[in-house]
Design a protein around this ligand. Structure first.
Ligand code: PRP
Ligand code: URA
Length: 209
């Protein structure tokens, strides 16, 4: 069964409030999304394995810890997922990045895949699928199926805001995938937008409309 983590750290929640505010402009929106992604990455990587090593400090030899080399892959869903990648990479600079291009058909709300480019060794990597919005869940669900079809074995999903409907879809379709969120909102509106949400994440990140 998927575990759902809502990262209610005060810094994340404060920044998320600013992100939601309709008066926050593109520049600040982008910066805040980047910062929240970095803060979330701290929690998402909490279970990475470490090994003990010996380190010569200027004072003595000490037993210390380092990451035991589990390889990570970041998979932003285009286009809004791009807004969170750099924040995560600040903490995991060695992660490889694959891209899944999906857009949601405005009539049917079904995702349409238009691009995919992944690291060759995804089956050996711990993958973090990144998208600010988990609304109907269609896009994240398709992206994860696409990754699994190509050999992915370990997948986590990271979003800023989810609707309960989207969370249920991922739990049902991918019980092996844990979900990391900054908030679970109330519902979807008739156009499939998250309420209260933040509006259209891609448009707000890139200044389009
Ligand atoms: C948004 C968002 C997700 C998707 C979520 O992308 O970034 O990918 O909608 O909705 P869902 O859970 O109902 O599938 P959008 O299709 O607007 O494309 P964009 O990122 O290119 O703007
Ligand atoms: N995609 C968005 O960008 N925002 C929503 O509220 C739902 C889907």
């Amino acid at each position: 069964m998927s575990k759902v983590f809502v990262l209610d750290h005060p810094l994340i929640q404060h920044k998320l409030t600013r992100i939601r505010d309709k008066n926050t402009g593109t520049k600040e929106f982008r910066e805040l999304v980047d910062e929240v992604a970095m803060l979330m990455a701290f929690e998402i990587t909490r279970d990475l394995p470490v090994t003990e090593v010996e380190t010569e400090t200027p004072v003595t030899t000490a037993k210390t810890k380092e990451l035991s080399g589990k390889k990570i892959g970041l998979i932003p869903i285009l286009r809004a997922g791009l807004g969170m990648v750099d924040g995560v990479r600040k903490l995991i600079p060695a992660a490889k990045v694959g891209h899944v291009g999906l857009y949601r058909d405005p009539e049917t709300l079904k995702p349409v895949e238009y691009y995919i480019k992944l690291p060759s060794d995804i089956s050996e990597r711990e993958l973090i699928v990144i998208d600010p919005m988990l609304a109907t869940g269609g896009s994240a669900n398709d992206a994860i199926h696409s990754l699994k079809k190509r050999g992915a074995k370990h997948v986590k999903l990271m979003c800023l805001i989810a609707a309960p409907e989207g969370v249920e879809v991922i739990k049902e379709e991918h019980p092996d995938v844990d979900i990391y969120l900054a908030a679970i909102d109330e519902k979807l509106d008739e156009n499939g937008y998250i309420v209260p949400g933040l509006g259209d994440a891609g448009d707000r990140l890139f200044g389009t409309k």
